[in-house]
Design a binder for this molecule. Structure first.
Ligand code: OAA
Ligand code: MG
Length: 388
């Protein structure tokens, strides 16, 4: 098996929504296609990848560093002993001459490439990624369905409390029982009114509502909001301070008794390990949200899972950020706690297979080989145009 060519492009995923830190008016996303010399039905088998959401396209790094290094690698050096493509072997090549630390846009570029290689490897094996992955890196018995919660509840121009409630009702109608909303983008008084409006839609059951600060608060505000929302008994209190301020998180966890979730802006094994070492995260209740697509791909995510195990953490405490098909497969294969979903945002890249049905906040996977982009018509059209 040889890589014939790699194609890279950009797709807009912009919208008028806003969280406590950014708006998404110019959000875009890198996409890649890795064309192999393996032929099926007269066409080459192609692996696809994209970079989740929340970080912009990383085309410059892909074009100048990651893609040339991948193409320079001897084809045999990417294969395992049994002659099959092993995406984890690409890592050392694409990271050649890269210093440690400073993880960010580079981890995004590598993540896109890594996703495409895992899509390709499982397609060549004619297996959906979650089975392929479970056989090689899991226990061979993947979960057949994955817990998903509906993320939304953004700030948007002119959005009223009623609009927020209607959005949450739509999520419930679509089969989700846990929902997430943004906070920290206005004052505490207004956020409490927003939270209570959503709790009303949940028939008073606040344990089905997560709130997300997107890293906005300093310690005093984190504690002030914590005191105000703790009595509700929320599903989780997310990314409360700067993602790298481990001390803030540790202090918060001494005061806030409910679950805390964070990690979507930690992009490496080392950053995730520092969170576990210094962030005060509690393995009996808290959640790790590292997004494999943003953080050097599944290759690095497997290392993060090993690290968590060494620290006594269950994989069930991981619910990745991103709401995409790649993490859905990873969640099923590695027996994570679930996966995010954005029923209303980040198209055409985000979300699951067309026609995927969510029931009681669980979604199943399909038998489509690879990640299953082919079962997501609007996105597949964009991906195919990259190389045809
Ligand atoms: O608003 C965003 O950037 C997305 C986010 O934090 C999440 O999905 O948890
Ligand atoms: Mg978040």
């Amino acid at each position: 098996m040889k890589i014939i060519s790699v194609h890279e492009g950009v797709v807009p995923i912009s919208s008028s929504i806003r969280n406590a830190w950014i708006d998404f008016s110019s959000m875009d996303c890198s996409i890649v296609a890795v064309v192999s010399d393996v032929m099926r039905d007269g066409e080459p088998v192609v692996g696809y990848g994209f970079n989740s959401n929340g970080r912009y396209s990383a085309g410059e790094i892909l074009r100048r560093r990651i893609i040339p290094r991948l193409l320079d690698a001897e084809p045999e050096s990417l294969l395992s002993e049994d002659g099959q493509l092993d995406p984890t072997r690409a890592w050392d090549f694409v990271m050649k001459n890269e210093k440690p630390g400073g993880h960010g846009e580079r981890s995004v570029a590598v993540g896109v490439m890594d996703m495409a290689l895992f899509d390709l490897a499982s397609k060549i094996a004619e297996q959906p990624l979650y089975r392929w992955l479970s056989d090689r890196h899991g226990d061979g018995t993947p979960d057949e369905k994955v817990f998903v919660y509906a993320a939304g509840g953004y700030y948007a121009p002119g959005k009223t409390l009623r609009d927020l409630q209607d959005e949450m009702k739509r999520f419930l109608d679509q089969g989700y029982s846990v929902v997430k909303m943004k906070i920290g983008g206005t004052d505490l008084h207004q956020d409490l009114a927003r939270i209570e409006a959503v709790i009303e839609v949940l028939d008073g059951d606040a344990s089905r509502l997560a709130v997300d600060v997107n890293g906005r608060f300093d310690l005093a505000t984190a504690l002030e909001y914590g005191r105000a929302i703790e009595p509700y008994g929320l599903f989780w209190y997310e990314e409360v301070g700067d993602p790298l301020d481990y001390q803030l998180n540790a202090t918060l966890s001494e005061h806030y008794r409910g679950p805390i979730a964070t990690g979507e802006n930690l992009f490496s094994l080392q950053d995730a390990r520092n969170l576990i070492r210094y962030g005060g995260m509690r393995p009996d209740r808290d959640y790790i949200q590292v997004d494999p697509a943003l953080s050097y791909g599944l290759t690095e995510y497997l290392r993060i899972q090993d690290m968590l195990k060494q620290h006594g953490w269950s994989s069930r405490r991981c619910i990745p950020h991103g709401g995409h098909q790649f993490s859905l497969h990873i969640a099923a294969a590695l027996k994570l706690g679930g996966n995010e979903s954005y029923p209303g945002e980040f198209q055409p890249t985000g979300g699951f297979a067309d026609g995927a049905v969510v029931q009681d906040s669980y979604v199943g996977l399909t038998d489509t080989p690879g990640i299953g982009f082919e079962s997501k018509a609007a996105f597949y059209k964009v991906l195919r145009e990259l190389h045809t």
